[in-house]
Design a protein around this ligand. Structure first.
Ligand code: NAD
Length: 347
């Protein structure tokens, strides 16, 4: 199997926490170089992941002729310049979410990639979760009937940290919704195979003093008619959050608990029920749920392997950048809806 030769830009954050360990497990990846802003950290990461070279500027990494694909995991404010430069350097790109600060910037990145003839995918790695794939299959097979309602939740405790780029809208593009809610929107759309057409909701900063939302509760309406609730918070303690995803249909329901997150774990239970006649007493005592089984692994490894297959043999991308730009449009429409006190359409 051909190994794709990777470079990593912004290697010290989520790359070090999750994606580089996943890349080390990937059967079709070889790490050539890492880039960080600080020389000491660069060298530490180079040694840790046994990369051939370490760079302190992304321009130098992009000039490395051995590298054919880059993973960009720098703060959102850096994505536009780095992704466009990567495209111009002829590198295939796996770009962390959200694509960029604005839709216009995301579209500029996409155009640069298309003009250069390179592949570009987004880092919505939760699509690769074994349970999410299984739930998608169950729903597509009609196991819970017509889906009528859904919900996804992702939260973390994120107090004020001086200098944190995520807490400054000019560097992140948004708070809990833009950082975490986008995963939930993407998962609901991916699992149901339908895109959001309108949204409304509330996005507030209630607990902390930064200028992005720490509380986001939005409703999205999909093209297929399903309405789904997405809640994202920076102000719920980690141990108190269940990070639930729920799907309800005319023949049953599926409850995912703890599957949304950075570890491919959690549990999924389902109820399949032939509703039959109307039960005025609404007796729920017989509706036993069962545990759904799926093969689990490492989402980041699968993300790297999947992108590598697309580079090697043209397998269609699992998460094309277009999908991330669309999800960002949903998030921005939800912010506008909240500010204007109405629902907003998503183009
Ligand atoms: N898919 C996921 O699981 C996941 C999880 C967390 C973050 N993210 C995304 O990854 C990106 C980074 O987030 P993070 O949590 O790792 O942030 P972070 O602040 O923890 O890490 C970012 C890294 O980029 C480096 N950096 C800073 N300026 C840079 C520059 N100009 N060029 C290159 N590198 C630079 C920093 O030194 C730091 O090591 C964001 O887009 C975020 O939304 C994705």
């Amino acid at each position: 199997m051909r190994k794709i030769k990777w470079g990593v830009i912004g290697a010290g954050g989520i790359a070090d926490r999750r994606t580089l360990p996943g890349m080390m497990l990937a059967e079709n990846a070889e790490l050539i170089a890492v880039m960080e802003v600080n020389a000491e950290l660069t060298e530490k990461l180079r040694v840790k992941y046994n990369a051939k070279r370490g760079y302190t500027s992304y321009e130098e990494l992009l000039a490395d002729p051995e590298i054919e694909a880059v993973y960009i995991a720098s703060p959102v404010v850096c994505h536009k310049d780095q992704a466009i430069a990567a495209a111009k350097a002829g590198k295939h790109i796996l770009l962390e979410k959200p694509a960029a600060l604005t839709i216009a910037d995301g579209e500029e990145i996409l155009k640069a990639a298309k003009d250069a003839g390179v592949l570009i995918a987004s880092g919505f790695m939760m699509r690769y979760h074994g349970y999410h794939q299984k739930v998608k299959e169950m729903i597509a097979a009609g196991e819970i009937g017509q889906v009528v309602s859904a919900r996804a939740q992702l939260t973390c405790w994120y107090p004020e940290i001086p200098g944190a780029w995520r807490q400054d809208k000019s560097k992140s593009g948004g708070g809990a919704l833009m950082d975490m809610g986008v995963h939930c929107i993407d998962l609901i759309e991916y699992i149901l195979g339908s895109k959001t057409v309108m949204t409304c909701g509330f996005n507030d900063t209630r607990t902390f003093s930064y200028n992005v939302d720490d509380s986001s509760n939005i409703l999205i309406k999909l093209e297929n008619g399903v309405a789904a609730y997405v809640d994202s918070h920076f102000n719920i303690p980690d141990e108190a959050a269940f990070c639930r995803m729920e799907f309800y249909g005319t023949k049953g329901s599926i409850l995912c608990e703890g599957t949304i997150g950075q570890v491919e774990g959690g549990e999924v239970r389902a109820v399949i029920s032939d509703a039959g006649g109307y039960n005025a007493a609404q007796d729920r005592s017989t509706s036993g749920s069962f545990k759904v089984e799926a093969k689990l692994g490492n989402m980041y490894q699968k993300e790297i392997e999947s992108f590598g297959r697309s580079v090697a043999d043209g397998t269609p991308l699992t998460v094309p950048l277009e999908d991330a730009i669309h999800v960002q449009k949903v998030a921005l429409a939800a912010y506008a809806a909240s500010e204007e006190g109405k629902y907003c359409m998503v183009d």
